[in-house]
Design a binder for this molecule. Sequence first.
Ligand code: TXA
Ligand code: MG
Length: 315
Amino acid sequence: MARIGTDIDHARRLLEAGELVAIPTETVYGLAGNALRADAVAKIFAAKNRPQFDPLIIHVPDLGSVPAYAADIPPAARLLAEAYWPGPLTLVLEKRDIVPDLVTSGLSTVGIRCPNHTLTRTLLQSLAFPLAAPSANPFGYVSPTEAAHVNEQLGDRIAYILDGGKCPVGIESTIVGFEHGRPVVYRLGGLSVEDIERVAGQVSMQTNASSDPRAPGQLKSHYAPARHLILGNLPDLLQQYAGRSVGVLSFKTSYEHHDNIILSPSGNMQEAAQNLFAALRTLDKRKVDVILAETVPDNGLGRAINDRLRRAAAG
Ligand code: TXA
Ligand code: MG
């Protein structure tokens, strides 16, 4: 198991030595290494068992650091960064040569994000390089929103876990690219499409590429628990599965079932997003045959929650 703590200096020294450290962000925990060192980046792919065709995003302390790694910042990208960084938004920009091809899986673009978490921002400010960091979970599994989640699955493969508590957003960043200067959403996430459109005008969606995905977060089956998850109308599903051992994941309704997790009893979407991945992990550990789940209202963060539920159901 990895050491867990809040020692930013220890994390910095390990990263400077090319080692991996799990870092907290407002979205999910990341598995971080020096983005400018191919040997450190290779360790990330290996620890996650992640195929090298799936590019990593890099984390920077502020917008001012971006020109060192991106060749061009379209006006819409700048507006979005000014409005929402630090925050749950990844911008896909044309990369500079200094970013190793291993980071971007050979793409000419790189995903860049400025995370909103005090520990990690302090860490980033103390480093002379950006951090490549995918979510700190084995490839294809649910992302970690607590240090303990990271330790359970990757604890023996990383030197240190920087413990920043529970991730307040709970769902990965929204990924936005630019085609002819216009924003394109590649992955729904912790920043809503409505918020993006308010600043950058109408966006187009490319979140469902099936083959050769631009973002493998676009893979139909991803973010999946080990147990089979069935999405639908819960009262119907409960009838259909009567007598079977089931876990129930509901938005705000209580189904008076001992394995029922309610994402937000008050129907608060932010709270539901925050609890989603931990709930999937908890139900995964119970001895149930299947997890029955329902979608949430399809607006704001609800769209990203439903996206993750659909991909979990396809797993
Ligand atoms: O919230 C987050 O984004 C978290 C925290 C740790 O920052 N990170 C995260 O990384 O979710 P990861 O690797 O699990 O997901 C990043 C997604 C992947 O699906 C990857 O395919 C996509 O970003 N991506 C990376 N570079 C890209 C690029 N140049 N163009 C399009 N998609 C890209
Ligand atoms: Mg991931």
